[in-house]
Ligand binder design. Structure first.
Ligand code: BTN
Length: 256
């Protein structure tokens, strides 16, 4: 990862490399609270307590994946902050497709899929200031790059995979990381304009599918019918009513 600057558009970006950390998001939050400037990236070879959404863990074997977090100090309101996960989804999908020639799909709200398996997850965390705006936001991304077959437990291998396992192609972690940062940089100046939402929708693998929604520990079945301009999942229930989900989880029901 030390040669990442070679591939970065912005050669002045501050990047902190760590051999091991509990979670790059936790580390980034600590730095941000201590005044670290916007744009700093924290990348680790391995995480001992990588975090996913909804309190889940993110398996982070040493040297096989990209585990990185970007500190942002934007003058965004919290509604715009809630779009950052979707911005990163599109940025990472674009970067991976450019390198691997793949067709990466996005599963609302924060997962990237290849050949029906999860290869990437995104976790955005933020702090609000006294004016109701973001004090800072941390976008964390984990990408399974090298083969995970010998590292992931069998139940995880049923749903997750890696770029190498799915394509047989090999790229350096630095090249992919830099590609993701470069693409994010192109989207980030104006996330509130939601220009990236058309691409987010066209990459969605959930629209048109039956889903099981988990909200406040209760499960409901619905059909995912669209993604709103603010990245909410539009679902239709069997009685015809529609709802826009902005949190929680939607699991795609298997076709058979
Ligand atoms: C998910 O799958 O729900 C999100 C996973 C996000 C994982 C990344 S790895 C880098 C950063 N640090 C963490 O602890 N989590 C994110």
């Amino acid at each position: 990862m030390n040669d990442i600057k070679k591939y970065l558009d912005n050669k002045n970006r501050n990047i902190i490399f760590l051999d091991e950390i509990d979670s790059t998001n936790n580390y980034a939050k600590q730095l941000a609270r201590n005044g670290e400037s916007s744009g700093t990236v924290i990348a680790a070879k391995t995480q001992t307590a990588g975090k996913g959404r909804l309190g889940r863990s993110f398996c982070s074997p040493s040297g096989t994946g990209i585990y990185m977090s970007i500190i942002l100090r934007p003058d965004y309101d919290m509604e715009t902050v809630s779009l950052l996960t979707s911005c990163m989804s599109v940025a990472a999908a674009r970067a991976i497709d450019k390198l691997y020639g793949t067709d990466i799909k996005i599963k609302w709200v924060n997962d990237l899929y290849l050949n029906g398996r999860k290869i990437c997850g995104i976790l955005t965390e933020s702090a609000v200031n006294s004016h109701g705006k973001a004090d800072f936001a941390i976008i964390g991304i984990g990408i399974n790059v090298k083969s995970v077959k010998q590292f992931f437990p069998a139940d995880l291998l049923n749903i997750a995979s890696s770029l190498e396992d799915e394509t047989g192609k090999t790229f350096s972690l630095s090249e992919i990381s830099a590609g993701v940062i470069n693409e994010l940089e192109r989207i980030l100046p104006t996330p509130e304009r939601c220009d990236f939402m058309e691409e987010y929708r066209s990459r969605s693998c959930i629209i048109g599918r039956e889903v099981i929604i988990t909200k406040a520990d209760r499960e409901k079945t619905a059909k995912a019918v669209g993604i709103s301009d603010k990245a909410g999942l539009i679902v239709r229930y069997s009685d015809g009513t529609e709802e826009i989900l902005t949190s929680g989880e939607a699991r795609i029901k298997p076709l058979y």
